[in-house]
Structures are given as structure tokens and as C-alpha cells.
Design a protein around this ligand. Structure first.
Ligand SMILES: Cc1cc2nc3c(=O)[nH]c(=O)nc-3n(C[C@H](O)[C@H](O)[C@H](O)COP(=O)(O)OP(=O)(O)OC[C@H]3O[C@@H](n4cnc5c(N)ncnc54)[C@H](O)[C@@H]3O)c2cc1C
Length: 395
């Protein structure tokens, strides 16, 4: 396993679960033992924990974890297996799981610019969230909103700068993104949309229109890129992520490798469900796809074909999303946003493609099942927040 995040650890666990008795090694660039990432902008930033441990007992599974060792290159043998080059030397393998995750995008500029991807990042930002600090967050996406929530609660003067016209415009579209804008104001956070940052300088931001925003702390949350540069020259097919088929097998020069799989934030895998490649940077995929990858490596027939799911905790709200809505024909509301708890469903005909819920976790659980099963729903019943989602299924 290259990468000691959730996907790498779950792959190791799954290989054992499915009967693999040989040596297992996790090569992880971070100096820490594997830990869980979503709490970095939640419990860790709030100060509730210093180490969000992953629920995995690797010593008991006889998995060797090499923390602080980075893979630097890969040589594939003609048939099966190859050699991983790492900062500690070469490591021969019979099977390889690529699970190197993603790296935050940084903006130009010489000034101190923080991101939150690792435990060290989170602890560093946390130490700077002191009352009165002028905190400027670039990007009103999932990460930006979560950091803003905690920074405001800690008494910082928080400004969120967003290039698009609304928060979450890329993820949810401007109509729904706009519904989250009042959450910032309620929390005492200044949201400045339509503002493009030119660079992060000492003392604050230089804006594209010539303006400046002073800051004691700048946190950039404008997205991530799959961490795949170490694969340059390996011959593996990589575009934005490692290209993988529905069984999560990687390929070299278009030829599928049965001994190399890719999972989690670094993998762009073929979804039979959606008939297109997906690159999903969410916890649920890193949790569940490795089981398919492990079975594939062990020679079983397996495909990962689950509707994506994620959640965010922002401004004291629990936001969840399941499915994929880019091709949906229409969107209907369940409940009114001004009432606090609401949901939006995307449909194609009478098929439920995706759902977004705000403080309606039960809707999410039920909708996830309906989406997975593909059973038709009655849109009128689905639009009624008093009717359980499962009761909108057509009999
Ligand atoms: C702050 C934060 C909050 C999040 N909150 C949510 C949330 O609320 N809901 C949700 O659904 N998702 C959330 N996510 C996303 C979720 O955490 C990720 O999708 C998940 O962690 C991906 O797991 P992974 O194992 O693929 O990658 P990662 O967790 O990134 O692990 C990859 C590991 O590989 C290591 N690595 C990289 N390159 C090399 C190399 N060359 N050699 C060796 N090791 C290497 C990295 O150091 C890293 O430790 C959040 C992510 C972050 C950063």
C-alpha cells in the first residue's frame, strides 16, 4: 500500500479479511501513524482531540506501517509485480495499492499560506485561532466553511473570500450555494463573493482588482489535486488521477494491470452506474472502495459501483449529499430552507439521482437506499417533507 490514509489502511484490512496471508506493508509519507482526516476541520480544530485515530488494529493484522517514508517512483515488471522506490530504498512487490490521496492547491504569493490536509496542518492552524485574530479564508467550499465555523466560535474576526458568486457554486450550483450564504452572516463571518485573489502576501491578500485584505492568518481551501506526481515515468496511465477500471485496476499504456489497483482521492475510476469516470474526494469512497480493490488484487471478480456520499458539518448544520446529479432533469425541494431543516432531490423522470439534506439525516439514509436500488419515486410525495422518503417509492 502506498499511502497510509484511510484508503491504504482499509486496503490492508480488506486483503487480510479476504484471506491474503503474505507480507503487507503500508508506506506512508507522514510521520504519524494512520489517522482520520475529516475531524481535522472539526474535532481537532475545535480542540476536542489531538489525534483522530482510525478504527484499525494494524499490528493485530500483521501489517507493517512505515511512517515517514515517501514513495518516489515506480518500476513495473513486464508480467506481474515491480519495485517501489522510496526515500528509504527499494521495495519489491507482487501487488500494489496506490492510495496517495490528494494535495491542496495553493495560490501564488510569498506570504504565509496555510492549508488543512494533514494533522500537523490542523494543529498549526488551531494554535493560531486566538480571539481577535484576523483570519481570512480563501474559498467558500466545504473546507472553508468548516474552518470559518470554528474560527468564528473561537472569537476570531473571520472573512471568507470566494471567487464565485456564491459558496459551493461548483459542488451544488449557484441556487443552492446562495442558500448557504446567510449561514456565514449568522455566525458573524464576513463572506465576500465574486472576489478573486491575486496572491497571498505578507500581512494579507492582494486582490485581482488591486484591493487588499489584511490578515493575521490566511487559510486556503480552494480544492485539491490527486497526489500522483511520484508516478511520473512509471508508465501507468494517469490523467487527473490514476486511471482505474470498474474493478479499480490501473493500466499502463492502455493495458490493464491485474497487480496494481488505485483507490481513494487519487483514483479516477470507471463507474458502471454512471457510465463515466469518477474522481471522488470523499471519505465514504476511501472507506469502501478498498474492499473492491483488495478482492481484485486477489483475483476475484469485483466492481465498485456505489453512489457517492459525503457530509459536512458547518455553521451548526449537518449537510449531507448522496448520488450524482450532473445529468439530472430537475430539482425539487423537500421543505423550505427558511424553516431550517430541508432537502433537495434531483430526478430524471421518476428516478432519484441525488439528494442534498440539511439537518434531515433520515431523508439521507432512506434516499441513499432508493438511489442505490434505482426504484421509481412519486415526485409529489417526495416533495412533501412530512412523507418519509421511502414512502415516496412507487409500488
Ligand atoms: C480537512 C478535511 C476534512 C474533510 N472532511 C470530510 C467530510 O466531512 N466528509 C467527507 O466525506 N470527506 C471529508 N474529507 C475527505 C476525506 O478525508 C478524504 O476523501 C479521505 O481522507 C481520502 O482518503 P485517502 O486515503 O484516499 O487519502 P488521504 O487521506 O489523503 O491519504 C493519503 C496518504 O498518502 C500519503 N502519501 C502521499 N503521497 C505519498 C507518497 N508518495 N508516498 C507515501 N505516502 C504518500 C499522504 O501523506 C497521506 O497520508 C475531508 C478531507 C480533509 C483534508
Amino acid at each position: 500500500m502506498v499511502g497510509g490514509g484511510l484508503a491504504g489502511v482499509r486496503a490492508a484490512e480488506s486483503l487480510r479479511k479476504h484471506g491474503y496471508g503474505g507480507a503487507l506493508v503500508v508506506v506512508g509519507a507522514e510521520r504519524h501513524l494512520p489517522y482520520d482526516r475529516p475531524p481535522l476541520t472539526k474535532a481537532v480544530l475545535k480542540g476536542e482531540t489531538d489525534f483522530p485515530a482510525l478504527d484499525a488494529d494494524l499490528p493485530a493484522l500483521d501489517v507493517e506501517v512505515r511512517a515517514g517514508e515517501r514513495a518516489t517512483g515506480l518500476r513495473l515488471d513486464a508480467g506481474r509485480g515491480g519495485t517501489l522506490a522510496t526515500t528509504a530504498g527499494d521495495l519489491a512487490f507482487d501487488g500494489l495499492v496506490i492510495a496517495t490521496g490528494a494535495t491542496p492547491i495553493r495560490l501564488p504569493g510569498e506570504g504565509p499560506q496555510h492549508v488543512i490536509r494533514t494533522l500537523d496542518d490542523s494543529l498549526d492552524v488551531r494554535s493560531r485561532l486566538v480571539p481577535g485574530a484576523r483570519v481570512v479564508i480563501i474559498g467558500a467550499g466545504w473546507i472553508g466553511a468548516e474552518v470559518a465555523t470554528t474560527a468564528a466560535k473561537k472569537g476570531c474576526a473571520v472573512t471568507v473570500v470566494e471567487a464565485a458568486a456564491t459558496p459551493l457554486a461548483n459542488a451544488l450550483g449557484p441556487e443552492l450555494g446562495a442558500l448557504t450564504a446567510p449561514w456565514y452572516a449568522e455566525a458573524g463571518v464576513e463572506l465576500r463573493t465574486g472576489v478573486k485573489v491575486a496572491s497571498v502576501d505578507h500581512g494579507g491578500l492582494a486582490l485581482a482588482d488591486g484591493g487588499r485584505i489584511p490578515a493575521d492568518l490566511v487559510v486556503t481551501g480552494v480544492g485539491v489535486r490527486p497526489e500522483v506526481a511520484w508516478l511520473d515515468g512509471s508508465g501507468l496511465d494517469v490523467e487527473r488521477g490514476v486511471l482505474a477500471d470498474a474493478s479499480l485496476r490501473a493500466s499502463a499504456g492502455g493495458v490493464v494491470r491485474n497487480d496494481v489497483v488505485a483507490v481513494g482521492d487519487c483514483a479516477a475510476w470507471w463507474s458502471n452506474r454512471y457510465g463515466r469516470r469518477l474522481l471522488v474526494e470523499h471519505w465514504d469512497t476511501a472507506l469502501n472502495a478498498p474492499e473492491t480493490a483488495a478482492r481484485t488484487l486477489l483475483g476475484e471478480e469485483a466492481a465498485y459501483d456505489v453512489a457517492p456520499y459525503f457530509w459536512s458539518e458547518q455553521f451548526d448544520r449537518f449537510v449531507q449529499y448522496a448520488g450524482h446529479h450532473s445529468a439530472a432533469e430537475r430539482m425539487i425541494y423537500r421543505g423550505a430552507p427558511e424553516d431550517g431543516a430541508w432537502a433537495v432531490a434531483w430526478l430524471t423522470g421518476d428516478r432519484l439521482d441525488a439528494i442534498l439534506t440539511v439537518d434531515r439525516p433520515r431523508d439521507l439514509v432512506q434516499a441513499k437506499r432508493v438511489i442505490a436500488a434505482g426504484t421509481p419515486v412519486d415526485p409529489a410525495l417526495l416533495a412533501d417533507p412530512a412523507v418519509p422518503v421511502r414512502a415516496s417509492v412507487k409500488s
